[in-house]
Design a protein around this ligand. Structure first.
Ligand code: GDP
Length: 426
């Protein structure tokens, strides 16, 4: 059975959570491989409405093992809070495994995230202040703390002390804050260690065994291609790779096993946080689209910030699908456009007096202007449609035109936030 990666083709919030929930039923293992609780997947199912930040989206499906892989930025408090929220709403206890190689988001990561954004003032990145950038910086500086370190008190004290040497200089002299001691961090961490102990294991081995049994595995990406630190809108990117290719690394899977990549994209664009966004609209058009997408949560699932809105961007999406290596596309939120009689779509960028189909590097992207074409709208409620042929002809045309522009087959069309509101073109 193949490994399927479900990833975002754009800026995040494409509806990956819903698509993972749709596809999780057929999988044995669902794995998160990057990022932390800095973004949210919204899932609406028979148990209610959930914003998952750290838990894999397979937690609602029976018989699924949910893995938090080595590449994840793991925050113990957030994990326990989310798990309890599920149990409180009557979701049967999910089977969750946390990699002993995953590293911990520590209290000082959140502190530094907030202090740095404050220091930057108007130049800030719009961080969710969940400590993700300081976490990955420490990981690559090799001063991070792995979950396995929690179970060796001396090693933990040593790791924390080593990290705090430099951090305390910054705290005192850059940010004017009191220094921290390893001792004050230890006690809560040791308590957390006990709470998460039942879930911690060698997940690389678990995945290897699952592969050898031929079980199907879903790797679930967070955010989208354009937030990738190498291929996205740097520096308005996130701090870990959002690409399907990184699933092999962050999960611990042989790259050749990832044979299906489902890229998720919305039928229009939306984006939380700062950075260039070529098809952005504002004023009444944006307010209307944001309001119509209200049920689609056009307010960030983690931050509650209103999302920036724009028309579908074929340049960004074609590029996003390419860097993801998309083999299939899921187009979400088509229902939201049902109020328009004509729908603008961006087919190219105008850059320095010429038209381009290529997605430019950040230094040029600021100067790019959208070249728009208009497709006919359908002005009908399509939320009850389950067959592609039953969609209004203009809606079918819209999907097929987008498919032609991005060059990858749109297999799924999502027509509402619920799990059953999906058209599978097979
Ligand atoms: P993710 O991080 O990619 O999972 O995306 P989010 O959960 O942040 O945002 C997607 C939003 O769209 C959520 O509120 C979903 O419930 C909602 N959603 C997903 N698919 C559809 C759809 O086809 N139609 C509508 N109206 N909402 C959808």
């Amino acid at each position: 059975m193949p490994v399927t990666a479900i990833v975002g083709a754009n800026w995040g919030d494409e509806g990956k959570g819903k698509m993972t929930d749709v596809l999780a039923g057929g999988a044995k293992v669902v794995i998160r491989y990057q990022g932390g609780s800095n973004a949210g997947h919204t899932i609406i199912n028979e148990y209610g409405k959930f914003a998952l930040h750290l838990l894999p989206s397979g937690v609602f499906a029976r018989g699924v093992v949910n893995v938090i892989g080595p590449g994840v930025a793991f925050h113990t408090g957030d994990f326990l809070k989310e798990l309890n929220q599920l149990l409180d709403k009557g979701v049967p206890a999910p089977d969750i495994r946390i990699s002993d190689r995953a590293q911990l988001v520590l209290p000082y990561h959140r502190l530094f995230d907030a202090l740095e954004e404050e220091r930057l003032g108007a130049r800030q990145f719009g961080s969710t202040k969940t400590g993700i950038a300081p976490f990955y910086a420490d990981k690559y500086l090799k001063i991070g703390v792995q979950i396995a370190d929690l179970y060796n008190e001396d090693r933990l004290r040593e790791r924390l002390s080593a990290a705090l040497e430099a951090k305390n200089v910054l705290l005192q002299h850059l940010y004017g804050q009191p220094p921290l001691t390893a001792e004050e961090l230890m006690q809560p961490l040791l308590q957390d260690a006990e709470r998460i102990a039942p879930y911690v294991c060698d997940t690389t081995r678990l995945l290897r065994d699952a592969l050898s049994r031929g079980e199907s595995i879903l790797a679930e990406g967070q955010l989208g291609a354009l937030r990738d630190p190498d291929h996205g809108i740097y520096p308005f990117s996130t701090s870990s790779s959002t690409l399907a290719g990184f699933a092999a690394v962050g999960a611990g899977l042989p790259p050749a096993e990832i044979t299906r990549v489902v890229a998720v994209t919305k039928a229009y664009s939306s984006c939380v946080g700062a950075g260039p966004f070529v098809t952005e609209i504002d004023g009444d058009d944006a307010d209307e689209l944001r309001r119509r997408g209200g049920d689609a949560g056009e307010f960030g699932a983690t931050t509650g910030r209103p999302r920036r809105m724009g028309w579908f961007d074929a340049v960004a999406t074609r590029y996003g699908c390419y860097v993801q290596g998309a083999t299939e596309v899921a187009l979400t939120n088509l229902d939201v456009l049902g109020y328009l009689d004509a729908i603008p779509v961006c087919t190219a960028y105008e850059l320095d007096g010429a038209q381009t189909d290529d997605f430019p590097v950040s230094a040029k992207l600021d100067r790019a202007k959208p070249v728009l074409t208009t497709l006919p709208g359908w002005q009908t409620d399509i939320t009850a449609v389950r067959e592609f042929d039953a969609l209004p002809p203009a809606a079918q045309h819209y999907v097929l035109e987008l498919e032609r522009m991005i060059g990858v087959r749109i297999r799924w069309v999502s027509v509402g936030p619920r799990r059953d509101q999906i058209i599978d073109r097979g």
